[in-house]
Design a protein around this ligand. Structure first.
Ligand code: FAD
Ligand code: NAD
Length: 478
């Protein structure tokens, strides 16, 4: 094998593997170094997303949702299935199979597209040289014309709750419980806390979520966040806001978690404690002292709008750079950098990054929230539509939530779309497309939507911006 490449990518998560595949497709001689190993000890490209993130969590969210549906909601639509039980081992085995299939798929795509896959660790040296250490410990120095750093992120630890083998775990541990614990504590009511809390709550655990902030989901539209909180609480999740965890003591009866609220110091004992307080860039050992690439105060690799670092022809993408830690954001950055290296000039539109929380109902949004617009004094109008009056949602017996469209008060251009509801993760794509094309609320209102669909709620909310929603009482039509 040659030691010289047009492009070397370090990290084969969504950001890195997209970059590597696209540079290879564009005719560049590409190598990708990745250190992740699967449960079988074999190289497992795909990063956090495929191995311990998006995919395994969604496998468990979908399975646990099906369980709740069968147990609690089938009778209402005329289906009786008798006692519904959970086989945790089978659920986990299926999840692991999905992960293995997909990481194997990335390995196959590397092979098919001509990416040289280098399992092991990469370290950036000066002058675009990369030190590659294989899993068996052999080290070689490779030379690249271009280097793309995509090392991703790892969970943040907090001093009061050091992880243990199996009682105090991070998100990775919480994807692998071998039984349904009776009582689970979750630190952090963020995306991971709510998704993994939902999984285990659905499967029968009593779940208590301890969140430091007074406000629930501050990044979400305030009305949607309020409704989400109520719905999750009605599903049995206990969510304690304004709660500072001060310690956790593992013992034979579980973990005694102490926390402080405005009422003083309290304690709760749980069988498992999940720490989900955020993620940090994973740059440990990535950069030699003279690599020239710089980190900011929070440890993120410093890049400009097009993901270029301070060193010419060295780029960084994904969770390890500024912006939301989302797989699709990293994928688009990986593609952008690959195409820029090959001579095109694409950009990532950071104003149109969709976010989703895969609870049920799902929460999805893109663009500005109403509270952001209020704070900046912008003129805006809002149209909203509840799923409670959507024909398709009623037919599916799945009516919680709403769609909210926010448009510029003067130009009618869509500024944000916020959804709480069934399949919000799918519906939000239509809002993203509309915003990418610079659509007005009226454009969406003039678009024909298939009936009956959940997407019609987006159509009606867009019509509602001008007070024209049909399935709402509105006597002041203009
Ligand atoms: P990563 O996926 O973290 O991949 C980085 C890779 O680089 C890893 O394989 C790592 O081992 C490797 N690496 C690091 N340093 C080196 C080195 N020096 N040498 C060699 N290899 C190295 N996002 C979503 O958009 N949707 C979701 O539904 C979603 N769900 C999630 C659920 C959970 C439980 C978690 C934890 C995360 C979830 N995320 C989700 C976030 C998502 O996983 C990340 O945003 C995404 O994986 C980041 O991609 P990345 O390529 O930047 O990094
Ligand atoms: P997060 O930032 O979403 O939430 C962390 C929460 O923990 C916050 O609410 C924070 O206030 C709270 N917190 C922090 N320190 C605390 C403490 N000491 N005590 C109590 N609460 C504390 O982070 P996360 O949930 O760990 O997720 C990490 C990243 O992974 C996120 O950036 C997210 O975008 C990504 N992710 C995305 C998805 C998705 O797209 N569906 C799913 C999972 C993870």
């Amino acid at each position: 094998m040659s030691d010289s490449f047009d492009v070397i990518v370090i990290g084969a998560g969504p950001a890195g593997y997209h970059a590597a595949i696209r540079t290879a497709q564009l005719g560049l001689n590409t190598a990708c170094i990745d250190k992740s190993l699967g449960k079988d000890g074999e190289p497992a490209p795909g990063g956090t997303c495929l191995n311990v993130g998006c995919i395994p969590s969604k496998a468990l969210l979908d399975a646990s949702h099906k369980f709740v549906d069968a147990r609690d909601h089938f009778p209402a639509v005329g289906i009786n299935v008798g006692e519904v039980t959970v086989d945790v081992a089978a659920m986990m085995a299926r999840k692991d199979e999905v992960v293995k299939g997909l990481t194997g798929g990335v390995a196959g795509l590397f092979k098919g597209n001509g990416v040289t896959s280098l399992p092991g660790t990469g370290r950036l040296l000066a002058d675009r040289r990369v030190e590659y250490t294989s899993h068996s410990g052999e080290t070689r120095v490779l030379q690249a014309e271009h280097v793309i750093l995509a090392p991703g992120s790892v969970p943040v630890d907090i001093p009061p709750t050091p992880l243990t083998d199996d009682l105090i775990v991070d998100s990775t541990g919480a994807l692998d419980f071998d039984h349904v614990p009776e009582r689970i504590g979750v630190i952090g009511a963020g995306v991971i806390g709510l998704e993994l809390g939902s999984v285990w709550n659905r499967l029968g655990s009593e779940v208590v979520v301890l969140e430091m902030l007074e406000e629930f989901l501050p990044m979400v539209d305030a009305r949607i966040a309020r409704d989400t909180l109520k719905i999750l609480q009605s599903q049995g999740m206990q969510i304690l806001l304004g709660t500072r965890v001060t310690g956790a003591t593992p013992g034979k009866d579980g973990v005694a978690v102490s926390y402080q609220t405005s009422d003083g110091e309290q304690t709760v004992t749980v069988d498992k404690l999940i720490v989900a307080v955020g993620r940090r860039p994973f740059t440990d050992g990535l950069l030699a002292d003279d690599s020239g690439v710089n980190l900011n105060e929070q440890g993120f690799l410093i890049v400009n709008d097009t993901c270029a670092t301070d060193i010419e022809n060295v780029y960084a993408v994904g969770d390890a750079v500024r912006g939301p830690m989302l797989a699709h954001k990293g994928m688009e950055e990986g593609i952008m950098v690959a195409e820029r290296i090959a001579g095109s000039k694409p950009l990532v539109n950071y104003d149109c990054v969709p976010s989703v929380i895969y609870t049920h109902p799902e929460v999805a949004w893109v663009g500005k929230t109403e509270q952001e617009l209020k704070a900046s004094g912008e003129d805006y109008r809002v149209g909203s539509f509840p799923f409670a009056v959507s024909g398709r949602a009623l037919a599916a017996n799945d009516t919680q939530g709403m769609v909210k469209v926010i448009a510029d008060g003067e130009t009618d251009r869509i500024l944000g779309v916020h959804i709480l509801g069934p399949q919000a993760s799918e519906i939000i794509a239509q809002a993203v497309i509309a915003m990418e094309f610079g659509a007005c609320a009226e454009d969406l209102g003039l678009t024909m939507f298939a009936h009956p669909t959940l997407s019609e709620a987006l159509h009606e909310a867009a019509l509602g911006v001008a007070g024209h929603a049909v399935h709402m009482v509105n006597r002041k039509r203009k």
